[in-house]
Design a protein around this ligand. Structure first.
Ligand code: F6P
Length: 255
């Protein structure tokens, strides 16, 4: 019955939290790989978690992807008794518009009756462009906001899936294969030990910045993402809260 299932999920949450060594785990029923409705549930659970953690003034840095887009759909003005500002965590122009952090932040702001900033920076830049872009006053200002975020909301993806989605060059794909990359988050590709195999050069939040951010919420579901989630969380900040689904959780607990 329902109670037993609920209890099962409670037990899984505690066990996973313990195994992964992070601040918290929230599991929603189902498997995002099998039903698109489950992503909506991830969105709903994320909104509830955000509501609990937000206090007073908040700058929320958000990454791209379809999971983040699903969270935006589930945010409501109920969150806005707080003062919220959504900012893209990293440059992401180049991804599908619906999956870009700029679009997602704008939807999040619209649905919560709050503010957002845009960050029109390509998802991958050369180091020359990087050096000149960070000198632009407007970019500099958004960067300052990102670094003072009180919350980060981010996705985690399967390395190969992400490399393909980003139309990564054959040379980099080769590097990812040789380095056994399995997971991706924030433009960093990780192997099973959580070591960085490759980093996409872009402007915005860098992995080191996470240490200074009190609330970190990672949202990723689907059994196909289990390996990626495990890899990323191997060396992720202990302050991370993982919001996932049963499909991924079951596979994580098996491994
Ligand atoms: O490209 C942004 C990003 O957040 C990646 O870091 C992550 O791997 C991916 O999107 C997740 O996308 P989705 O939620 O669509 O699986």
């Amino acid at each position: 019955g329902l109670m037993r299932e609920l209890k099962g999920i409670d037990v899984m949450e505690l066990e996973l939290k313990h195994r992964l060594g992070i601040k918290g785990v929230i599991i929603v029923p189902g498997d995002s790989d099998e039903s698109p409705l489950v992503k909506g549930e991830l969105g709903k659970a994320s909104a509830a978690c955000m509501k609990k953690l937000l206090t007073g003034e908040n700058i929320i840095a958000v990454t791209g992807g379809s999971t983040m887009a699903a969270i935006a759909e589930r945010l409501t003005p109920e969150l806005t008794r707080k003062n919220l500002l959504f900012v893209p965590a990293r440059g992401g122009v180049g991804e599908d518009v619906a999956n870009q952090a700029n679009t997602i932040c704008s939807n999040m702001a619209k649905n919560t009756d709050s503010k957002h900033r845009v960050f029109y920076v390509p998802d991958q830049v050369s180091s020359e462009i990087y050096q000149s872009l960070i000198k632009e006053p407007e970019i500099h200002e958004v960067l300052k906001l990102i670094k003072s975020a009180s919350m980060v909301l981010h996705g985690i993806g399967d390395a190969i899936t992400m490399a393909e989605r980003r139309k990564t060059t054959p040379k980099i794909q080769q590097k990812l294969e040789t380095g056994n990359a399995v997971g991706e988050a924030f433009g960093y590709y990780f192997n099973e030990e959580g070591e960085i195999v490759h980093k996409v050069l872009t402007i915005g939040l860098q992995r080191e910045d996470l240490a200074g951010i009190p609330n970190i919420i990672a949202v990723a579901g689907g059994s196909s993402k289990a390996k990626a989630i495990k890899a990323y969380l191997k060396q992720a900040p202990a302050a991370t809260i993982l919001i996932t689904d049963e499909g991924a959780a079951k596979r994580l607990l098996k491994g």
